[in-house]
Write a protein that binds this ligand. Structure first.
Ligand SMILES: *Cc1c(COP(=O)(O)O)cnc(C)c1O
Length: 459
């Protein structure tokens, strides 16, 4: 296959993609398969001889779509969304066509400079203060790891990088149990250790209790631990919990500790000014992560980290060996120095296309609809006998359950085998509950209304 063939097959693929999206509502949302069903259809070894593209494409069209869970299905209400707006898909096609690697400014000035401008556009769109700068990571997990590594090095006076962790004081991190498992992963991978991630008690609203945070830091200081930082949650994955950001930051700052805020899902909603009270005080954070690849519409992968001062993170993650130097330009931004990987895709292009093609007003309208429709769905479910709303809508996420765990689990299995909608579960206060989040880019009020109909039928 050469570039002339690629021209032809790109057009075939574009037509296929259009028809795939147009037909999504007729497919089951979740792949109705047993493990191994797809692998069994592939030969055991790679071909020695080249195969015609027609055969490859036919196999793709036959084998792959039935083996996919359709994240762009308008009735995908599971996990969180992984939205891919059409304009973002187009930008990804163009970025793929150029196939550049944007590790340094000079390895693609447009990639770095458009990323810088997009970080300003997004910062302002979210209502964040003008001192924040930002960068794009592959995932919120990596952004949080970067923030935690920076906390570690700050706490160790930058000695961990040079000497390793043995013989260093025992560091402590603080977060509530509502934070995502990526915080646990960061504590583990950063060499701080799960046991040193202190899970602070939450209040009746499932927010970290700032007084309990203060007490935990004081107790650790008294016993010789060294506090390194606080990770706050703005829109937790399980039930959408929000910590009291400003109050908690005040406690951290009183102890001189940096704060990272995980708003991976809910950050997108902050383009709507009426939701910003949920993270009031955010401008005091040192680091904030949010995923445009969840709710906003810039397809995976695109996780944005805003930094009050990128200096400490660059000092932690940045290396500039001779082969990565740019002659005569010491002060340019080389985004690889802000992140864990060296290589980086041109992810800013899809943000540029997305914000221009829909406008912030168009993106806000979608998020406002999702929040309103989630409220309608919760009300419709609450009206069904035997159904309890276990946590009310936090933005567009709520949970519900039947009388006991076994009944709830059985209902979820029937819902997902049915295929018209897709929901997932969590455990909240010991109880097995079903999560509903509304957020797919193209979903309509009618799609959301199907949730209550399906539950009423299958309950
Ligand atoms: C999804 C999610 C993450 C992890 O996001 P990735 O980009 O997949 O690493 C972290 N925190 C919260 C609150 C999330 O919802």
């Amino acid at each position: 296959m050469n570039h002339d063939d690629l021209r032809h097959w790109s057009k075939v693929a574009a037509d296929w993609a259009h028809d795939y999206h147009a037909g999504l509502r007729d497919r089951p949302v979740r792949a109705p398969l047993v493990p191994g069903a797809i692998a069994a259809q592939l030969p055991p070894a790679a071909p020695e001889a080249a195969e015609p593209m027609q055969a490859i494409f036919d196999d793709f069209a036959r084998i792959v779509p039935p083996g996919m869970t359709h994240w762009q299905h308008p009735r995908f209400f599971a996990y969180f969304p992984a939205n891919a707006a059409p304009a973002s898909m187009l930008a990804e096609q163009l970025a793929n066509a150029i196939a550049a690697q944007g590790m340094l400014w000079q390895t693609s000035p447009a990639a770095t400079e458009i990323e810088q401008v997009m970080m300003r556009w997004l910062r302002d769109a979210l209502g964040l203060a003008g001192h924040f700068t930002g960068t794009i990571h592959d995932s919120a997990t990596t952004a949080t790891l970067s923030a935690v590594l920076t906390m570690r090095e700050r706490a160790l006076g930058w000695q961990g990088l040079a000497d390793g962790l043995s013989g260093q004081p025992r560091l402590r991190l603080y977060a509530s149990a509502e934070t995502h498992s990526s915080v646990d992963k960061a504590a583990r991978v950063a060499g701080i250790g799960q046991a040193n991630l202190v899970k602070i008690a939450t209040d009746a609203a499932h927010a970290l209790d700032p007084a309990a945070l203060d007490a935990a830091i004081r107790a650790d200081l008294a016993t010789g631990f060294r506090p390194a930082g606080v990770v706050l949650c703005a829109g937790g994955t399980s039930i959408g919990a929000f910590d009291r950001i400003g109050d908690s930051i005040a406690v951290a700052k009183a102890h001189g500790l940096p704060v990272h805020v995980d708003a991976a899902w809910a950050g997108s909603a902050m383009i709507c000014p009426e939701f910003r009270h949920l993270w009031e005080g955010i401008d005091g954070a040192d680091s904030v992560v949010f995923n445009p690849h969840k709710w906003l519409g810039a397809q995976f992968d695109c996780a944005v980290q805003f930094l009050a001062d990128p200096g400490p993170q660059i000092r932690t993650l940045g290396l500039r060996p001779t082969y990565l130097e740019t002659a005569g330009a010491e002060e340019i931004t080389n985004f690889n120095e802000w992140t864990v990987p060296l290589g980086r895709r041109f992810r800013a292009l899809k943000l540029w296309f997305l914000m221009r093609a829909y406008g912030l007003e168009g993106l806000r309208a979608r998020i406002r609809n999702h929040v309103a429709w989630a409220g309608d769905a919760a009300a419709a479910l609450a009206a069904l006998p035997g159904v309890t709303i276990t946590t009310p809508p936090a933005l567009s996420l709520f949970t519900f359950a039947l009388a006991d765990d076994a009944a709830t689990e059985g209902l979820l299995a029937r819902i997902n085998d049915d295929g018209r909608i897709y929901l997932t579960q969590t455990r909240h206060q010991g109880r097995y509950v079903i999560r509903v989040q509304v957020g797919q880019f193209d979903c309509t009020a009618d799609d959301v209304a199907v949730i209550a109909r399906v539950v009423a039928e299958l309950r």
